[in-house]
Design a protein around this ligand. Structure first.
Ligand code: SF4
Length: 611
């Protein structure tokens, strides 16, 4: 065994030689993923594969297979129980295309960042290949692409409502959300002789049936929602009732002559179970077969996932639909154990790049009223205002950061995950510690908009709360003698956002001397409330008609307004101001000198042309 090969033994098998070394003649479960194989708990497929391995199953991973060459799916032979298929950490269409539907040149989950290593609609392509080769083998799809496309859904790239991905992929079962409990149950039941068609009652799964059930909540059918936006909104609203895992009912949606059943979500994991997952023997490295760096790995190699779930309920984000609203936090000891493992890595020089989850300052927080939590129907604990039942005690979060800072090999601990700034005013100690120890000069926060009309659609706090946060941030940083700034993240072209709204946002940024580094142009990704509004032009809950910026020109002008400080944006901004009859604010936005230069430039060009 050469050196490289010796090291690869610590990874899960990726070929037949790896299996032979373990004395295996077949796998129990074959995992197929659209990402490179990075044996790290931040990635779903390796995490689930390690979990099954821990429970005694023989698992192997085929990462980024050439889907046009079916023989590559055979490298480890036919698995005994099933194939578990995922597009990877991102939906393959989001991974491939920008908001303007242009092809992206990079893929962060591939060695060298090279694009094109996975197909469009990867779940469908991989499932087709596996089914073609291993006739009759149960196929189970999961991951973000399958999870958020579990019901009939609007697809931005096709600009139409598509069927459930379970129907289009022809897989046997769909796993949605965080899949540990469901996948283990499926493996155990198949192992003890159950047929895949008998697995109709596993929480967190969806399946197809020829008969309906009177006990389930019937959604408008695919045929209805694909032709009628009101029925689409009705289905979205009914499906949202399923988000509470304690009180959820099964949903049914007819697709032609069959019925899609979506069972209630899996219950959140206990701290003990979550800790056990993070204690699995991950190598924390990309597989040794890769020669080039993988950008997504470089970002997370020294970071810690301290929790999962988010109770923010932002309209454009699908985390609640995938990870759930309940925040599930790891214990301090489990996090410290992982820090120790990171500290042993040769490439660790003392900096932990993140301790977080979907929202960093939600670590350790949860509903303080268990009875209310079990029946709660609010999509957010923070919007439109903070629920009285929410426990905002920052003790656990500050304590864990304090203890990490004290670890001998740790010099810096940064918070790279997003922060909910409206929560911070209830977390005084966390706020102070964040500024004093965990910000590297720039704190990224995401007001997403500062126009009240737009933040209402987004289910985010408005400008007032953001201004209060900015004042606090600046005052506290001054008191601590630190020169730190805020980098705001804002979305252009979100449903509800007009050019007038964007002018208001640009003026706000100018007044607060804030500069956006990168504009996030709204992309209607599967499963979110904002996507539903984008498609139907109405809020499914209030029925209110919402303005949707759709034209390429408006999209360009909205983006330019967010970049008011960049010279390249000025012509577009002047055009936007003219359309909205707001030329009066041009000087305020550009400053007198820049305004004069900008407005003179075309005249100069005309003069030159005459010569
Ligand atoms: S009762 Fe309040 S705090 Fe509890 S889950 Fe519901 S919204 Fe959140």
């Amino acid at each position: 065994m050469n050196q490289k090969h010796k090291k690869s033994y610590n990874f899960l098998p990726i070929n037949h030689r790896d299996m032979e070394e373990r004395g295996w003649d077949e796998l129990d479960v074959l995992f197929v993923t659209g990402d490179a194989y990075i044996d790290h708990p931040a990635f779903g497929t390796p995490l689930l594969a390690r979990l099954l391995e821990h429970h005694g199953y023989r698992v192997g991973i085929i990462a980024q297979p050439d889907w046009k060459n079916p023989t590559v799916f055979k490298v480890m032979g036919r698995p005994r129980l099933f194939a578990a298929i995922s597009a990877g950490a991102m939906d393959s269409m989001v991974n491939h295309y920008t908001a303007a539907k242009k092809i992206r040149r990079n893929d962060a989950y591939t060695p060298g960042g090279i694009a094109g290593k996975r197909p469009n609609r990867a779940v469908i392509a991989y499932t087709g290949a596996v089914k073609g080769i291993f006739k009759g083998l149960p196929t189970i799809i999961g991951g973000i692409e399958a999870s958020l496309r579990r019901l009939a859904h609007y697809d931005y790239w096709d600009d139409k409502v598509r069927r459930s991905i379970l129907v289009d992929s022809k897989a046997d079962l769909l796993l949605y959300g965080m899949a540990e409990t469901a996948l283990l149950e499926i493996a155990q039941r198949l192992h003890t002789g159950a047929h895949i068609s008998e697995l109709c009652n596993v929480k967190g799964t969806a399946f197809l049936s020829k008969t309906a059930s009177e006990k389930a909540v019937l959604l408008p059918s695919f045929e209805m929602v694909s032709t009628d936006t009101d029925r689409y909104n009705e289905a979205f609203k009914l499906a949202s009732l399923q988000e509470n895992p304690w009180s959820a009912k099964t949903l049914i949606q007819a697709h032609g002559s069959r019925y899609l059943f979506v069972n209630p979500p899996a219950l959140p994991l206990s701290e003990k179970k979550l800790d056990a997952i993070y204690a699995l023997p991950f190598t924390r490295q990309p597989h040794t077969e890769y020669d080039q760096k993988i950008p997504a790995y470089e970002q997370i190699r020294h970071s810690i996932t301290s929790h999962r779930g988010c109770f923010g309920g932002c309209a454009f984000c699908a985390i609640t639909h995938h990870q759930g609203k309940t925040v599930q936090s790891r214990s301090q000891q489990s996090i410290l154990d992982e820090i120790s493992r990171i500290a042993e890595q040769n490439d660790f020089h003392g900096t932990i790049s993140d301790v977080g989850g979907p929202t960093a300052n939600m670590y350790g927080l949860r509903c303080g009223n268990p009875a209310a939590e079990k029946n709660c129907r609010r999509p957010s604990c923070l919007f439109p205002d903070m629920c009285n039942n929410l426990n905002t005690d920052d003790k656990k979060a500050t304590e864990v950061l304090r203890v990490i800072r004290q670890q001998p090999k740790v010099k810096h601990v940064f918070i790279g995950s997003g922060i909910r700034y409206d929560l911070l005013s209830f977390q005084q100690q966390y706020f102070d510690d964040l500024l004093q120890y965990h910000v590297s000069g720039l704190l990224k926060v995401a007001p997403e908009s500062t126009s009240g009309r737009v933040t209402k659609v987004m289910r985010k706090p408005g400008a007032e709360v953001f201004t209060e946060f900015l004042d606090q941030f600046r005052k506290r940083s001054r008191d601590l003698g630190l020169r730190q700034s805020v980098v705001p993240y804002l979305i252009s072209n979100h449903p509800g956002c007009t050019l007038d709204d964007m002018i208001e946002v640009a003026l706000y940024l100018k007044q607060q001397q804030l500069k956006v580094e990168q504009v996030q142009d709204f992309t209607p990704t599967p499963g979110s409330l904002s996507t539903c509004i984008y498609h139907s032009g109405k809020d499914p809950f209030s029925g209110e008609t919402i303005y949707i910026p759709r034209s390429a020109k408006e999209r360009q002008l909205q983006k330019a307004l967010l970049l008011y400080h960049q010279t390249d944006s000025r012509t577009d901004i002047l055009e936007a101001l003219k359309i909205c009859r707001r030329e009066d604010v041009a000087v305020e936005l550009f400053g007198q000198q820049d305004y004069q230069q900008t407005t003179k430039r075309p005249q100069k060009r005309r003069a030159l042309a005459k010569k």
